[in-house]
Write a protein of this length. Structure first.
Length: 266
């Protein structure tokens, strides 16, 4: 059981957690390294942390870590559910000693917590390295606002499980913290339909298939790169603000399209 001791007179915090002692103290953070001069937009991805509007990727390997962790976590959870059922069966049958052994030796959380902490640290490491790589290029970073859930967005259960670690905001935190430290700007824009728009026309044209976007003129772009270009354009779009509802965004985009149909909007 974790115990915490706070020494307020020294601005010091000592945390004793099992056999590990952590010492936390406050200090003034020094200025960050110089930033770039460009204005770029970044789309948060899964395989990589970010894809910018220049087509460069930052934080490769992020998806591999999350896929590996989520697969192991899912396999462990399924096995633990079977052991929970077995433990309950023996306890109800009066085999208390055997039920206790199953619970003590097979249903602990130490290894699970250690695996989770390791994965989170690896994800955080990649996220912050990717954010620094972005800020090295730009003094103004435009990114999507994913603090609110996308309406009617129902990803597959397996996909949702893999994205759970990413959805906690590690990438958003890394980008915001890094830009603040480097005295750059991180501007959030409305992300509605930026993945479904053709970055050549900025209209609801073309079609996204997996990680590729097929433009109306026949060009095939990487889907996150296409979205990053749309995010950059969205920053200069004064008609669509950060808080414009997604239905209103669709209405505006359809109104800009000559001969647009509801099927294109969908």
């Amino acid at each position: 059981m974790a115990r915490m001791l706070i020494l307020s007179c020294k601005n010091l915090r000592i945390i004793v957690k099992d056999d590990v002692i952590e010492i936390h103290y406050a200090f003034k953070k020094p200025p960050g390294r110089p930033v770039g001069a460009d204005v770029i937009a970044v789309d948060k991805g899964y395989t990589e942390a970010f894809v910018d509007s220049d087509g460069d990727t930052h934080g490769m390997g992020l998806g591999k870590i999350m896929t590996e962790y989520s697969g192991k976590a899912s396999k462990t959870a399924k096995a633990r559910n079977k052991l929970h059922a077995l433990e309950k069966k023996h306890r109800e049958a009066g085999h208390t000693a055997k039920a206790d052994r199953i619970k003590t030796n097979n249903l602990g959380t130490k290894k699970i917590n250690a695996r989770k902490n390791k994965a989170q640290k690896r994800i955080r490491n990649i996220a912050f390295k990717a954010a620094h790589s972005v800020v090295d290029k730009a003094s103004l970073v435009i990114s999507e606002d994913l603090s609110r859930p996308i309406a009617k967005k129902k990803p597959q259960k397996k996909y949702n499980r893999k994205m759970s670690a990413w959805a906690k905001g590690t990438l958003a935190e890394a980008l915001e913290s890094t830009t603040q430290q480097a005295k750059a700007r991180n501007v959030l824009v409305n992300a509605a339909y930026t993945s479904q728009m053709d970055s050549n026309t900025h209209l609801l044209e073309g079609k996204r298939v997996g990680d590729k976007f097929h433009c109306a003129n026949g060009d095939v772009l990487q889907a996150d790169f296409n979205a990053a270009l749309n995010l950059r354009h969205r920053y200069f779009d004064h008609e669509i603000t950060l808080y414009t509802p997604h239905r209103e965004v669709r209405r505006i985009l359809l109104a800009r399209s000559s001969g647009a149909t509801m099927r294109q909007g969908a």
